[in-house]
Design a protein around this ligand. Structure first.
Ligand code: SAH
Ligand code: SF4
Ligand code: F3S
Length: 445
């Protein structure tokens, strides 16, 4: 390798678990070229900003994050700067034009080719926003180089999305759905298991449609069975699920597979049929509630989390009340709620027959919904006090070095005093105190 070969790489990750996973895969591949990760961008020879465009806010963060890095680049000629991810996919050309100091721009499909892209960018500026061939999509098998044991691990099972939710930019950023071959998924799970991973999350934009692209039949339940059969998989999770694709075989998995975690993130987006229709979600409120009832029948202790979009064009006060009522009815353990953010090129921006909800009204509704969620969360945390849970010990608590953090099967975070030797172990923890966002407990024999 030439003496001027960059050695330290810094990756800043915005957005969802897909991006977290992709950033890991980039590190894994770049390690073959002698790159080592650093957490200080000022020391890095290569800075990659992995971007998210799902709402305007995360997209705006990209430019402000790039500011000082590009300044340094202009002043000193270093580091090499790459913009990757979802913003890069559809705004890449714009970034390239606007910031001459950027060396490399590539979308999510550039991840499997990151080594060649970085090499090429040492000779000339590179803009790569092409989607790869769907057949034989090269999912990266290399594992993230890691010195320490990671108790939890993500494993991608598909890329892209075949749905057309009218608000959503993801399909245009990540392309059509491509399912990863089952053997490759199993290989990755086994590889992580050897390193001590015990809690696995299968990830994709619509995992329930695994294998169902281009008219196929979903093979998701089959996949769950195969991964669950690996003995080191103490806990199995997946995200994200589309309510329309929660088929009976998948729901039945909670009765057949004991180590399938008692938690599901099932984004509902709205409690109003009129809004769901205009969002192109392809299910009704009643269907969603049926799925919830079925899930609770097969696994009574299952905890549910969700996403809401507030202030979608034409959302009336009554539509919003229906979201609130659904929240009260299902009593989600937690929910992520966002004000609708118009994304360029998406169908919702062309819903001209509908009045946009004013920014003030949307903020007001969001506040009301979040207050209700907060109350439900506190009530449900309080109800845990005195109960015992099986907790997988993950890592030292961020707030107190004498405490460890672990999760219950239903995805509640619990802090408790523990010996470092307990990391990666399953312990019984009695809950002693409920905080707004976590539980405090003590290990019982
Ligand atoms: N594939 C997943 C996640 C998509 S993005 C799914 O189908 O649920 C994650 C969340 O961001 C969505 O669930 C939605 O609640 C939110 N979101 C997506 N586009 C948005 C937009 N234009 N405005 C506001 N929130 C949005
Ligand atoms: Fe977006 Fe809908 Fe696909 Fe989720 S299912 S990524 S919300 S288009
Ligand atoms: Fe964002 Fe792309 Fe994920 S838009 S939410 S990083 S798929």
């Amino acid at each position: 390798m030439a003496s001027d070969t960059p050695r330290l790489v810094f990756i800043k990750t915005f957005g969802c678990q897909m991006n977290v996973y992709d950033s890991g895969k980039m590190l894994a591949q770049l390690a073959h070229d002698g790159f080592e990760p650093t957490d200080e961008w000022r020391r890095a020879d290569l800075v990659i900003v992995n971007t998210c465009s799902v709402r305007e806010k995360p997209q705006l963060k990209v430019s402000s994050f790039l500011g000082p890095i590009l300044q340094r680049k202009r002043d000193t000629g270093r580091p090499m700067v790459a913009v990757a991810g979802c913003v890069a996919q559809h705004d890449g050309a714009e970034f390239f034009r606007r910031y001459p100091a950027i060396d490399l721009v590539f979308g999510p499909d550039g991840v499997p080719r990151v080594r060649e892209l970085v090499r090429a960018a040492r000779q000339r500026r590179v803009l790569d926003d092409q989607f790869l061939e769907v057949a034989d999509y090269p999912f990266v098998q290399d594992l993230v180089p890691s010195a320490q044991r990671e108790v939890t691990g993500l494993v991608t099972i598909q890329k892209g999305c075949d749905n057309h939710c009218t608000y959503c930019i993801v399909p245009s950023a990540r392309g059509v759905q491509v399912s990863r071959p089952l053997e490759q998924i199993i290989e990755e799970v086994r590889g992580l298991a050897v390193r001590g991973t015990r809690d696995f999350t299968l990830i994709g934009q619509n995992v329930n449609a695994y294998g169902a692209e281009r008219g196929g039949r979903s093979r998701f339940a089959e996949l769950l069975e195969a991964v669950h059969a690996i003995p080191e998989v103490w806990r199995l999770r997946f995200t994200t699920s589309h309510p329309r694709d929660m088929d009976p075989a998948t729901i039945a998995a909670w009765s057949r597979l004991p180590r399938l975690a008692s938690h599901l993130h099932l984004p509902v987006q709205s409690g109003s049929d009129a809004v769901l229709r205009r969002m192109g979600r392809q299910y009704t409120r009643a269907h969603y509630l049926d799925v919830v009832a079925e899930l609770r029948r097969v696994r009574p202790e299952i905890s549910l989390t969700t996403d809401f979009i507030i202030g979608f064009p034409g959302e009336t006060r009554d539509d919003f009340e229906q979201s609130l009522a659904l929240l009260e009815q299902v009593r989600f353990m937690a929910s992520f709620s966002f004000k609708y953010s118009p994304r360029p090129g998406t169908a919702a921006t062309r819903l001209h027959d509908r009045e946009p909800v004013s920014a003030e009204e949307a903020s007001d509704r969001l506040r009301v919904l979040q207050e209700v969620q907060q109350r439900i969360q506190q009530e449900s945390n309080l109800a845990c006090v005195g109960r015992c849970f099986e907790v997988l010990v993950e890592q030292p608590s961020r707030h107190d070095p004498n405490q460890w953090m672990g999760r219950t099967s239903c995805f509640r975070a619990v802090n408790f005093p523990a010996a470092p030797s307990m990391a990666g172990e399953l312990v019984q923890v009695r809950i002693t105190q409920a905080n707004p966002h976590s539980l405090q407990g003590e290990v019982v024999a």
